[in-house]
Design a binder for this molecule. Structure first.
Ligand code: GLP
Length: 260
């Protein structure tokens, strides 16, 4: 795992945006896995800025989002569809047919999830999967105890996750109990995993995911098994890491050709 600690979330998001820009410039048909959440907002602002100011071209980009609430229509204000269109897709030149977000209204959920997996395969797999982190260590909506080899499926949200997301629904009572999410096995097949986490409230989950044992009780710890996992943090999210000095030392002494 490569742990990169930046002074603040702006600098961290800029680094992540540069990684995605590099992929888009270098690959004729880039496939990007995307995540929702406050963590990603600055990253998406930077991508929009790169499109507007430098003409970064998204017309060849295909995207697959990690997850969506079950029972929400795409135009529900708290749906991840809305989040993605409002914060990114409506402001870049992506082709709507290249956007994939799980359908919260799918009638046969398992058949739908199997098809989603198939579509990722047909696209040639995901080049870079962007990830955020739940305060309980979840990635996507893979809550603690999710199988480390799980595939896209329906999951029941924990009480903590429902509470964390209550603000978007005008109260906990309105938060759905279920979501469709790519599995941990699905996520680990991306060629690069790029996890962002900011703020003190993510510090203990980051410490467990990076320096604790690989365990289904901390789904993000599965990234320890990935050959190309990049974790970009601000100082607060990194504050409980025991080997912080070492990660910074490694980053400062990276060979020139390896630098982002
Ligand atoms: C939700 C999403 C996750 C995201 C997490 C963190 O649970 N399913 O993909 O990583 O929220 O959200 P935030 O970035 O707002 O802290």
């Amino acid at each position: 795992m490569e742990i990169i600690v930046q002074q603040d979330s702006q600098k961290a998001s800029w680094l992540a945006a540069r990684l995605l820009r590099k992929l888009i410039l270098e690959k004729p048909n880039p496939v990007i896995g995307l995540a929702t959440g406050n963590t990603q907002l600055q990253l998406y602002k930077y991508l929009v800025q790169m499109h507007r100011e430098e003409g970064l071209d998204f017309s060849r980009v295909m995207t697959f989002n990690l997850d969506e609430y079950v029972g929400l229509s795409p135009d529900h204000p708290a749906s991840f569809h809305r989040f993605m269109w409002d914060n990114l897709f409506s402001q870049i030149n992506i082709k709507p047919e290249n956007v994939h977000i799980p359908d919260g209204l799918a009638s046969n959920i398992q058949a739908y999830c199997d098809r989603y997996e198939q579509e990722i395969k047909e696209a040639g797999g995901i080049d870079i999967q962007v990830l955020g982190l739940g305060t309980n260590g979840h990635i996507g909506f893979n809550e603690p105890s999710s199988s480390l080899s799980s595939r896209t499926r329906i999951k029941t949200l924990t009480a903590q996750t429902r509470k964390n997301n209550a603000i978007f629904f005008g109260g906990e009572d309105h938060v759905p109990y279920h979501a469709i999410t790519m599995g941990i096995g699905t996520i680990l097949e991306a060629r690069t995993c790029l996890l962002l986490a900011f703020g003190q409230k993510k510090a203990s989950a980051i410490a467990l995911a990076v320096e604790g044992p690989v365990t289904a009780m901390v789904p993000a710890s599965a990234l320890q098994l990935h050959p190309q996992a990049i974790i970009i943090l601000d100082r607060e999210a990194a504050s409980e890491l025991k080997h912080l000095d070492y990660y910074q030392w490694v980053y400062e002494h990276k060979p020139e050709w390896q630098k982002i």
